[in-house]
Design a protein around this ligand. Structure first.
Ligand code: NAD
Ligand code: DAO
Ligand code: ZN
Length: 369
């Protein structure tokens, strides 16, 4: 079939809207009509050329929501008409990783997903015979996409696509990092670095679990008001702090953060996030994705004296199990998504979404089809 997609032809080039050929789903795969897709910092990261796994040409996008249109042989967990959220972290429930219950990093289709192809090693997308890569196993910047059955979460029928698409990455990543990865407890003092689409979800989850101080750190003062609405109790602009940021935050939290979260992708900030943690028990969670080849560093004594450095991918969430529950939380008014979706535009305007992100003027832009 012919589909409409925003195609990334190369690093640093704007996306172009193209008619793309999409092959039908093979065994174990599903065809999904994408109704809406968020534009995440990670799409921009790949488009910039900084992503070591970035492949071109590709159809980017990993934060979508849509409807199953057709299923391939052997598919049993979804049927045409079901509403779904694509999962860049699948959940096969059979691999060693899934069965361990120690991680959400299902490895069932990892190798092919990283090569931009479906599990059989081929792409379903092409233009005039030229293969176009899938991206993160999802490629949601197209009005139809093909996904492995294990990479879709079935969600309730009344969930609005242009809101719950954000649960496909940003919401789940931020909320899951607090609940699944850090397991923040009531009364904890939390420091969040970066008040963008991920950091604000960390803040709303920290409030939800009953954190005490929720300190937000951002160089953009325009992020303050929304962060306060989501639960931030103290705002720190590093550019306005006299002297070093780390001792300032340790003083502010009266000994250091019980939990800190890096939601930027800056290796220098990752160090600050670890070192502002409380001696003896503070836990720092890296969420941000740093550029190719970059490394983190600290003095080992920071860890010897009890601080813990962790990372979190997709908020530690098991997609098929956890994503439908997060959709329920949204529908029940337990979490706020609406105020984070600052811009909605047709797919034809997708490059504007990247411009707004780079200018720091959006939290989330959502493209619709
Ligand atoms: P964003 O651009 O919306 O937000 C980043 C925020 O950081 C902005 O508010 C910006 O002003 C602030 N910032 C930049 N430099 C700063 C500095 N030096 N000190 C303080 N604040 C600074 O990005 P986002 O969509 O929230 O994504 C954040 C990061 O999370 C990205 O690296 C993204 O790739 C990553 N990410 C990770 C996962 C995961 O599963 N681990 C999932 C999605 C996104
Ligand atoms: O299993 O080795 C693996 C890789 C899993 C990829 C997890 C990606 C999470 C971070 C990327 C940001 C996503 C938007
Ligand atoms: Zn698995």
């Amino acid at each position: 079939m012919e589909v409409k997609a925003a195609v990334a032809y190369g690093a640093g080039k704007p996306l172009t809207i193209e008619t793309v050929q999409l092959a039908e789903p093979k065994a174990g795969e599903v065809l999904v009509e994408i109704k809406a897709s968020g534009v995440c910092h990670t799409d921009a990261f790949t488009l910039s050329g900084e992503d070591p796994e970035g492949l071109f040409p590709a159809i980017l996008g990993h934060e979508g929501a849509g409807v199953v249109v057709e299923v391939g042989d052997g598919v049993t967990s979804v049927k045409p008409g079901d509403r779904v959220i694509p999962l860049y972290t699948p959940e096969c429930r059979q691999c060693e990783y899934c069965l361990s219950l120690k991680t959400n990093l299902c490895q069932a289709i990892r190798a092919t997903q990283g090569r931009g192809v479906m599990p059989d090693g081929t792409s379903r997308f092409s233009i005039d015979g030229q293969m176009i890569h899938h991206y993160m196993g999802t490629s949601t910047f197209a009005n139809y996409t093909v996904l492995p059955e294990i990479a879709v979460a079935k969600i309730r029928e009344d969930a609005p696509f242009d809101k719950v698409c954000y649960i496909g990455c940003g919401v789940t990543t931020g909320i899951g990092a607090v609940i699944n990865t850090a397991k923040v407890e009531p009364g904890a003092n939390v420091v969040v670095f970066g008040l963008g689409g991920i950091g604000l979800n960390v803040i709303q989850a920290a409030r939800m679990v009953g954190a005490n101080m929720i300190v937000g750190v951002d160089i953009n003062p325009n992020k303050r008001a929304l962060a306060e609405k989501f639960g931030m109790t103290h705002f720190v602009n590093p550019q306005e702090v006299e002297g070093d940021l780390v001792p300032y935050l340790v003083d502010l939290t009266k000994g250091g953060a019980d939990y800190s979260f890096e939601c930027i992708g800056n290796v220098n900030v990752m160090r600050q996030a670890l070192e502002c943690c409380h001696k003896g028990w503070g836990v720092s969670v890296i969420i941000g994705v740093a550029g190719a080849g970059q490394e983190i560093s600290t003095r080992p004594f920071q860890l010897v004296t009890g601080r813990v450095w962790k990372g979190s991918a997709f908020g530690g969430a098991r997609g098929r199990t956890d994503v439908p529950k997060i959709v329920d939380w949204y529908m029940e008014g337990k979490i706020n998504i609406d105020d984070l979706i600052t811009h909605v535009m047709p797919i034809e305007k997708i490059n504007d979404a990247f411009d707004l992100m780079h200018k720091g003027e959006s939290i989330r832009s959502v493209v619709t089809f």
